[in-house]
Design a protein around this ligand. Structure first.
Ligand SMILES: *[C@@H]1O[C@H](CO)[C@@H](O)[C@H](O)[C@H]1NC(C)=O
Ligand SMILES: *[C@@H]1O[C@H](CO)[C@@H](O)[C@H](O)[C@H]1NC(C)=O
Length: 359
């Protein structure tokens, strides 16, 4: 390139740059007008009601193969302000991938005493969704919780799954419980209709995981406690995705049985995590195993640092960001893990653009 043409190219560049600059300046000008009155006041979106923070999802219709009546699929999740964005994405992903979205009935357990707008936000984003909200009284479990390795795991609502059978109305015979940090990429009916074969719970089982690591030496060296798993082959399972026979749970008094282990944990520390180990103590080796495709867990990374983790080989029906890292936080921080891009298409959150309109 000659020096002359280089100068011309440079000149064009400067003109383009200048034009861009003008636009930017205009933008900046209007931005200045909407700036917060004082630099110490919190960002304006903090004051927005949840109902305004999410877009409306497209309407979904049942396919021809769906039962005209009945065929209802009951799904239970928790509802919490910190996880609302995850809940929205999970619901959207379920509706998008099932042939019978109008057959889905959602049951949300929330610890909020008053209406904080969480349910209103869900109703606004999914106007025709069959959804019910139940109050889960945190005091029911607060005194039973002992500190675990991660503070988030010690939230009372994390234990709501123990009380599902006591909370849901009698017409719910079977429920599929899902954590709020999942995305379902297959027809949830395949999981929800699994043959429980007489078991109370169904979930993917991981028999190669180091099961003993979930319990302390105090447990394994205790003469009475360490025989807990005698006569069964206990395998790890993740309680973030479970199908439950609600009637069998009630009849077997399993709420009390899980609570009893929580009481043991209070007296002597027998495990490290929160709500998971008491489930393992009662159910490991006694659940109906379902295909691993239904819980690709651990995508949030470990419980301490939340480092990136890749997918395990094999087909996938459900992605689960268990662990410390959450995809919406990592995406917002512009430090996403590659698996977080699989979550992003289900995000209904309106980014900060409405902030400008609302001022
Ligand atoms: C399993 O975990 C326990 C406790 O963390 C450890 O002592 C043991 O060596 C582990 N076993 C294997 C096979 O990794
Ligand atoms: C259970 O604990 C007792 C007492 O510490 C010990 O002798 C025994 O080997 C333990 N059993 C198992 C299966 O670990």
């Amino acid at each position: 390139m000659s020096c002359n043409s280089a100068i011309i190219v440079l000149a064009i560049f400067v003109v383009i740059l200048g034009a861009c600059h003008a636009v930017t300046a205009a933008r900046v000008g209007s931005m200045m007008m909407i700036r917060q009155p004082s630099s110490s006041s919190p960002p304006v979106h903090m004051f927005r009601e949840p109902v305004h923070m999410f877009r409306e999802a497209p309407a979904f219709r049942n396919g021809a193969e769906c039962a005209a009546d009945g065929g209802r699929v009951d799904i239970a999740m928790t509802l919490d302000g910190n996880y609302l964005r995850g809940t929205m994405a999970a619901v959207l992903s379920i509706l998008q991938h099932t042939a019978c979205p109008e057959s889905m009935a959602f049951h949300f357990l929330t610890a909020e005493a008053d209406d904080t707008g969480l349910a209103a936000a869900l109703r606004a984003s999914f106007p025709s969704l069959d959804l019910r909200v139940y109050r889960f009284d945190p005091s029911r479990v607060r005194d039973r919780i002992s500190r675990s390795v991660r503070q988030e795991l010690d939230q009372p609502l994390n234990y709501a799954r123990v009380y599902l059978a006591d909370t849901l109305p009698p017409d719910v015979r079977r429920v599929t419980y899902l954590d709020s940090d999942v995305v379902v990429v297959d027809d949830i009916r395949a999981l929800a209709s699994v043959d429980l074969a007489g078991h109370v719970l169904a979930a993917p089982e991981y028999c190669h995981a180091n099961f003993s690591g979930y319990f302390t030496d105090a447990f394994w060296s205790h003469l009475a406690l360490n025989g807990t798993f005698a006569g069964r082959r206990p395998c790890y399972f993740n309680t973030g995705v479970m199908v439950m026979d609600v009637g069998k749970w009630r009849a077997g008094g399993y709420t009390r049985r899980v609570e009893e282990w929580m009481a043991v944990q209070k007296r002597r520390r027998i495990y490290h995590l929160g709500s998971l180990p008491p489930f393992l103590l009662v159910f490991a080796g006694h659940i109906r195993a379902v295909d691993h495709r239904w819980n690709q867990h651990g995508l949030g990374g470990d419980n301490v640092e939340g480092r990136c983790r890749g997918l395990h080989p094999g087909p996938i029906s459900l992605l689960h960001w268990s662990g410390k890292g959450k995809p919406w936080l990592r995406l917002d921080a512009r430090r996403p893990c590659s698996v977080d891009y699989l979550w992003a298409p289900y995000d209904l959150y309106r980014y900060s653009s409405p902030v400008i309109e609302e001022w």
